[in-house]
Write a protein that binds this ligand. Sequence first.
Ligand SMILES: CC(=O)SCCNC(=O)CCNC(=O)[C@H](O)C(C)(C)COP(=O)(O)OP(=O)(O)OC[C@H]1O[C@@H](n2cnc3c(N)ncnc32)[C@H](O)[C@@H]1OP(=O)(O)O
Length: 504
Amino acid sequence: MISNPLTRAVRSRVRFWRHRAVFKALPEASGGGSRRWYSAPSRRGVSVMEEILARVVAPLPSYETRDKSPPPPESTSLEFMNYYRGLEKEDKVDFLSKLSQECGVDHKTVSELATKLLDTQRRDQATILQAEDRLRYSLTPRYKQLFSHVSRVEGGVKFLVDLRADLLEILTSKASENPHIRDLNGTLKSLLSKWFAVGLLRLERITWQSPCEILQKISQYEAVHPVRNWTDLKRRVGPYRRCYAFTHAAMPGEPLVVLHVALTEDISDNIQSIVREFATLDAEEDINKINSAIFYSISSTQAGLQGVELGNYLIKRVVRELQSEFPHMAQFSSLSPIPGFCSWLQGLLSQYRKEGRGADLLSEQEWREVEQALDSDAGTPPVDSLRKLIATGEWTRSEKLCLALEPVLMRLCAWYLYGEKRRGFALNPVANFHLQNGATMWRINWRADTSPRGVANSCGIMVNYRYFLNETTNNSVLYLQNKAVAASQQVLGLVSQFQKNSKL
Ligand SMILES: CC(=O)SCCNC(=O)CCNC(=O)[C@H](O)C(C)(C)COP(=O)(O)OP(=O)(O)OC[C@H]1O[C@@H](n2cnc3c(N)ncnc32)[C@H](O)[C@@H]1OP(=O)(O)O
């Protein structure tokens, strides 16, 4: 925080002149009114931000006229959007903080109506229901109406999606301690969840014949296995592959979430066989080669739609699409990365080293095999050698080391995925995503991603989250309510090996 008053004064003057520049750029307010110049702070010291909020955020209509109040002119929404777009990042924090605090719920009215509701408890049902409805209405923040009006102008929904992305960044970075920001985010998220309900989304299959700008966006948004070039992209939408996206009429030409699928004979345990550079493009003729759908990449493209669960809906919708195209298809599984495993492992190794328990992570036999494979000099403590190996990825070049480390890394990875938690849910966000969807943690695969990125992220290990269609609903409920992880015998076996061999 800036403590020096002089610095603060200078910054506020700079921001004032910048705001003035923003208003000079504002288009003339339509609707016949004269150009509204946003003057310097008025005599009352009202800041420019408060002036614009007073203009664009209408008071909540009275309970009696709540369904009859005409919406404000479109120019008000446009003014809000133009003003916000013109703000610098740190001014957006101030503005959203003011919007959340000064244009939210009228707390005084809420407490008066809550008291009235208590007084009516001995009255008839109709009176109580009416008092409850008044109280419910009074809990509507004023900015909720503003957002509804903005959503009706062209580009308004996309503007609000981007504004929520700013809110999420403010909350994640703790750029503002204002508790009202969280409410603002919650209100906007619930509006976006309504506007982007699965019934309003359109499933589009992306092929090589799709418009170039869509293909370009699919490539640009790919967050899991970066697309190398146009040949690579052509293969990902070609034979034995499917690429689907959800789109929305309010954001034309914008794929909201993208799912890449490989059509295979069995459940893949290796990503190179799916995205390798020189796969031939044989035509999709042999139907016997298509028994499984492997979801090998899913990416949400709009940060502001985080928490709207578009990925879950897309996976379920694509399963139905594939079942209608391939009625005999019976296996649906992801082949997922394990981002964060290596950094978690490094943290574990340094913690064990600090506590002098380095030896506990591996059995004596395993340490001997690692040291033999390393030909390490006796001076280096084995945990340090292991940390260095994991950090550099060097171990993948030695067959002996790979053999020695496989059982160790596989059980550590199983524990990381199954046992490590954040607020009771899987610590690994990708595991949490698929488990929320009701998938089963089905198979952990050694040497599944031998790319430098795969080795650096997760020691080359990947995991299949399998979608057993008749179990997903129940698995999802058990996970979300009881934090119970659905896992296969292979995973549970590795976890029990960890619990026996590594005393966490
Ligand atoms: C085949 C595969 O498994 S590919 C691996 C998954 N994809 C990626 O990691 C790419 C980056 N991530 C994303 O694009 C999105 O987060 C998705 C598609 C995974 C999920 O997006 P949505 O469907 O909109 O779901 P939503 O935003 O509600 O998040 C649901 C869960 O996804 C997980 N998740 C959220 N953000 C991320 C992220 N950046 N990276 C990975 N997982 C994430 C979290 O566990 C989240 O649960 P939480 O909200 O309780 O923390």
